[in-house]
Design a protein around this ligand. Sequence first.
Ligand code: COA
Ligand code: AMP
Length: 631
Amino acid sequence: MSYYAEYMNSIENPHEFWAEKAADLPWYKAPQTILSTDENGIQRWFADGEMNTTYMALDYHVESGRGDQDALIYDSPVTGVKRRLSYREMRDEVAKFAGVLKAQGVKKGDRVVIYMPMVPEALIAMYAVARLGAIHSVVFGGFAPHELAVRIDDAEPKVIVSTSCGVEVSKVIEYKPMLDQAIELSAHKPNACIILQREQARAELTAGRDIDWSEAMASAEPADCVPVKGTDPLYILYTSGTTGKPKGVVRDNGGHAVAMKYSMKAIYDMEPGDVFWAASDVGWVVGHSYIVYAPLLAGCTTIVYEGKPVRTPDAGAFWRVCEEYGAKALFAAPTAFRAIKKEDPDAALLQNYDLSSVKTIFMAGERLDPPTYDWTVEKTGKPVIDHWWQTETGWAICGNLMGVEPKAPKPGSATLPVPGFNVKILDSEGRELPPGEQGAIAIKLPLPPSCLPTVWGDFERFRTGYLSDFPGYYTSGDGGYKDEDGYVFIMGRTDDVINVAGHRLSTGEMEEIVAAHPAVAECAVIGIADSLKGQAPVGLVLLKDGVEIDEEQLQGELVAMVRKEIGPIACFQRALVVQRLPKTRSGKILRKLLRQIADGQSYTVPSTIDDPASLEEIEAIMDSHGLVARG
Ligand code: COA
Ligand code: AMP
């Protein structure tokens, strides 16, 4: 099958195309209605299908003879532990933990927050929630208590599953005090917290609320899969928007399972029994889709790696894991490869390992810069596939379909639209732009299976944030262009979202925190180019009249505030005092211009600017601090 035939079929005959893909999964009751419209006017997939995601990913494989195959390989260089769980063992652990949750009253539609590092129990908890038809919301471990509290208040979980600690290279991060603090901060209180005790730091349990994971598992009654509809939610995953309040991206059970299963063959060229390794974290969408769900829906083995690309113990860590477990695909963020390249520029450590099992390396999460692409291709000799996606879609919007018809890659491009995604480049009036011209990247509705149908508890935010810019289209928030061959080039966000080490963060949220400092009158936080992490946030700060404060002291205080409120992953390390910020006559800070200056792009001075001289002044200040990208 050629790529174009597959793609055009998905766009011209979406019902038939997705009905056929859905038939590849073991539903309890196969969907008859492929696409229908919900009460909000949103088109939804497989509304009358009956299923259970955990059944499809675990029980079904045990029943069909895959019980003894490894479902999960846990490799933790930070603790020295390695462990394998077969499909049968995984199903049994999941069923038992579902029993633990059921005993706490968790039932279909209830929410369960999971705040855990990269341990098998995180996956067991996710699958157990799905088994009961409940909805999980996993919160990344690098987020501070305040961020966890915001998510607890929005999702209102009946139960929270967490752990005593995580291990970051050699630092033990105690999770339990952060969880306690978050629950203190949140208005909503869970009925119970289930805590996995890890020996690196055991936690004190709160009587009457906390339950020890192992003790509960020892006496648990296994629970059966609860059938749900295709459109019932599987999970909520919060992601950064342009304000301080994260958006709860909702994922349906049915569309998700179909897209995940289809993508494993079409995009990643994986067959049942193959080993797939996504070196991400269960707290991010890549982790949800390609560590937890897709590999097991496809009967593959997934690797759960609790370590870094470097320092655990060295820049050969990725190559070691690929060799040891015979990974066929490696999927990671470009930052990880930049970190390896920085420590081992000649890839000398690669010589110690046999990478013959690896067929393809996939990258996503942030822009894949051509030097990192070239380095990885040259050193590994493997095809490197850049693919573009978002938390909102749950899978790639553009990529190179390795299991359909691999296309010649073009460095800097995420290749071609994935089947189901009708990708258009639009100008500000919503007109389609010709090849080579840059505009907003939008997707013509309907979105394919797995994409969000709403923002949790806030349909209006979904409508205004994604559907109202261009009627009939979903706005991605990214800008870019297509070339003459239809290849898509992603040039970056057009809003206040930045991408630091493959982690999506909101500069608007950082601004709210920085502006709360008593010395600060106003501020703008922008992303500047960073050679390791892709982007890094920098604050441009205007002091209140008459305030005198040492700039270094102020920077230290602002850094500590952002770290406390968002967490260490914000990587907010620089704040610069400026005399003026460029604004419109109505007082709006011209953030886009600041971003263009930082990116070293040429810009047009808008007619609405209040004080044109402020632009030159700020450019000179940023330049003198090395904050303007060159070349
Ligand atoms: N729990 C607690 N803290 C965490 C954490 C977690 N799960 N993950 C990161 N942190 C902390 C780190 O310890 C560090 O804290 P510090 O400031 O006290 O040192 C801070 O957050 C920043 O972490 P990170 O951005 O990971 O920087 P690093 O210097 O430790 O590592 C890389 C750099 C490039 C190795 C690392 O960022 C990396 O592996 N990136 C790939 C990211 C990725 O896979 N993204 C998924 C998208 S697909
Ligand atoms: P997240 O929702 O955390 O996955 O982040 C999604 C955002 O990351 C996108 O909107 C892009 O800005 C960026 N992104 C993801 N993958 C790519 C890619 N392959 N190339 C360029 N940017 C990417």
